[in-house]
Design a protein around this ligand. Structure first.
Ligand SMILES: *[C@@H]1O[C@H](CO)[C@@H](O)[C@H](O)[C@H]1NC(C)=O
Length: 229
């Protein structure tokens, strides 16, 4: 089964080697996924963590706003930059306010283009002049695709040699991300847990149409960690 997750913020830089994913202990990891738990059983600040070594989700002892958790450890170069204007460092912090969107777990120079498609709301950024102009445009929200195709699929290889696929679509794609794009690249059916449309009545439906190569199933409930839903 495949679980797709959305992301809210990405930081990147292009020349400093110190920027890397770090776990709760501050050690370098090739990739990780954080899932912040909703308000409910917890404060709304607890999070689940997964990387290659954890064999699935584990509940972090930290809260997402902790100064010693995965997020703080990974964002340390950014905090350093705020303090010391580290040279050759650039970043975009963005929020995807769109309902459904592709994930780019990490990206380098050219992969910044992927961001054009999702037209993110960049609430903070600093792009040095030596960086690609496209990144500058994306940060200022003036960069977006001007001709078809209205989607982009990119392969990303991590330092550890893991291969990721990044899917992005622009509003003019006018089709669903999962049934209209991702499923075409999948060897089997896709199980999707979307955010739904909060407060509204429009929820993503399963799609078993013969017009798409595999089925897209709408997952209604995921049990991520013992009692937590
Ligand atoms: C299934 O997905 C395809 C591609 O997104 C779309 O054209 C079609 O309308 C969908 N069918 C249903 C029943 O939702």
């Amino acid at each position: 089964m495949m679980v797709l997750l959305l992301t809210v913020g990405i930081v990147f830089q292009l020349s400093e080697s110190r920027v890397t994913c770090r776990n709760d202990e501050g050690n370098e990891v090739d990739w990780y996924i954080l899932y912040k738990l909703p308000l409910g059983d917890c404060s709304g600040l607890s999070y689940l963590y997964m990387d290659e070594s954890t064999n699935g989700w584990k509940l972090s002892r930290n809260t997402i706003d902790s100064s010693s958790g995965t997020l703080a450890n990974t964002l340390e170069p950014l905090l350093d930059f705020y303090d010391r204007q580290t040279e050759g460092f650039g970043y975009i912090l963005y929020n995807d306010q769109l309902e459904k969107k592709a994930v780019s777990p990490s990206f380098g120079h050219s992969k910044g283009l992927q961001l054009m498609y999702i037209h993110p709301y960049a609430y903070d950024h600093f792009i040095p002049k030596t960086f690609h102009m496209e990144l500058q445009n994306v940060a200022q929200m003036t960069g977006y695709p001007t001709e078809a195709p209205w989607f982009s699929v990119e392969g990303l290889t991590s330092l550890g040699g893991n291969y990721f696929s990044s899917f992005a679509k622009y509003t003019r794609f006018h089709d669903d991300l999962y049934s209209g794009l991702i499923v075409k690249y999948m060897p089997e059916s896709l199980y999707v847990k979307g955010w739904g449309n909060k407060g509204g009545s429009v929820l993503l439906m399963s799609n078993c149409s013969t017009r798409i190569p595999h089925h897209v199933y709408n997952v209604k409930k995921v049990q991520l960690w013992k009692g937590l839903r």
